[in-house]
Ligand binder design. Structure first.
Ligand code: NAP
Ligand code: ZN
Length: 346
């Protein structure tokens, strides 16, 4: 079993520290990837801190992985040594249920296997991308098109697909008024993608501090949710709202911004419940929905779409020694707009 360098949490409260982890020997259908860059997703922070439930430690997070294939099992057909590839939030699923067969492995009826902190089919706990190498079944490895640099592509594997999938599902495009709530990692990709799809995009952020960035990424309008006037002014405005907020907020205030038949999709995953008042939905036949990442085929579609439209994430590349500081900055909404670890510094 290869032993590789990694950065891992050893408890919900302590810092992440350098360590080593074991990777399995590549099986017939596996790909060994030399990880070049790994994005820091807010989900990494929720997970290592136990926001969503207890974890087993040490835990190396990271599900925005971009790298180069360095070995393949003998039965691998999709990828070859030297290929530029990515791995996102899942590394396995049952492959047989109705959702897996439809290419929506993220909704596998047996539960997909998360890239880290999940029990793999062989009983081991998966370890993520804050490491130098990973071994993944070829079915969960996507190709990074030539036009996309690996560092700006890494965040697309989670932040990109998590916003792309609901934008597609709910028909973002010309004539649709879309609001993206939260200008963080997911939010900034949501703005870029919705604008590239042709929708009219509005950003709702806590303040106007990132307004210039939002407009340059493709939004037409930008409002501060810290100003109560925003909620009066925009009442009944949007066909689709994508909320990327990582904390609990009064969701009723946002539901009232939907037009008749509009849908608010929660992709942000605060640990707290979000109580909904009946009239927030019934007065306007509104829908409150959720969405998680996207299937492997759709992830490849998203990467191809990003390459065609020249879209990557706006990133700040950091060394491994800056991971803990980066976590604090993400928690303080002080990220423009994704931290990406240069794994050569591990
Ligand atoms: P992020 O970079 O921290 O962005 C979250 C944004 O939410 C912040 O930039 C901030 O935007 C806004 N926000 C934070 N706290 C807030 C508060 N108390 N009130 C109002 N707005 C607040 O995080 P991310 O990586 O984009 O992830 C966002 C959420 O999505 C996390 O909960 C994460 O776990 C979840 N997630 C879900 C999926 C999925 O499959 N559904 C996938 C990935 C991530 P402003 O500064 O603009 O106000
Ligand atoms: Zn993520």
């Amino acid at each position: 079993m290869p032993t590789v360098k990694a950065y891992a949490a050893t408890s919900p409260t302590g810092p992440l520290t350098p360590t080593t982890i074991e990777r399995r020997d590549p099986g017939p259908n596996d790909v060994l990837i030399d990880i070049k860059f790994a994005g820091i997703c807010h989900s990494d922070i929720h997970t290592v801190r136990g926001d969503w439930g207890p974890q087993s430690y040490p835990l190396a997070p990271g599900h925005e992985i971009a790298g180069i294939v360095t070995a393949v099992g003998h039965a691998v057909t999709r990828h070859a040594v030297g290929d530029r590839v990515g791995v996102g939030c899942m590394v396995n699923s049952c492959g047989e249920c109705i959702h897996c067969r439809a290419g929506e492995e993220q909704y596998c009826l047996a539960g997909h296997t998360g890239t880290y902190g999940a029990t793999d089919r062989d009983g081991t706990i998966t370890q993520g991308g804050y490491s130098t190498h990973i071994v993944v079944s070829e079915n969960f490895v996507v190709s990074i098109p030539d036009g996309l640099a690996l560092d700006v592509a890494a965040p697309l594997l989670c932040a990109g697909i998590t916003t792309y999938s609901p934008l597609r599902h709910w028909g973002a495009g010309p004539g649709k008024k879309v609001a993206v709530v939260g200008m963080g990692g997911l939010g900034h990709m949501g703005v870029k993608l919705a604008a590239a799809m042709g929708a009219e995009v509005t950003v709702l952020s806590q303040t106007l501090n990132k307004r210039d960035d939002g407009l340059s990424l493709g939004a037409q309008r930008y409002f501060a949710t810290g100003d109560p006037e925003t909620f009066t002014r925009l009442a009944g405005s949007f066909d689709l709202i994508i909320s990327t907020i990582s904390a609990a907020v009064d969701i009723n205030a946002y539901l009232k911004l939907l037009s008749l038949n509009g849908t608010l999709v929660l992709v942000g995953a605060p640990p707290e419940a979000l109580p909904v008042q009946a009239f927030s939905l019934s007065m306007g036949r509104r829908s409150f929905a959720g969405s998680t990442i996207g299937g492997i085929r759709e992830t490849q579609d998203m990467l191809n779409f990003c390459a065609e439209h020249g879209l990557g994430a706006d990133i700040e590349v950091i060394s491994a020694g800056q991971i803990n500081e980066a976590y604090e900055r993400v928690l303080a909404s002080d990220v423009r707009y994704r931290f990406v670890i240069d794994t050569a510094t591990l």
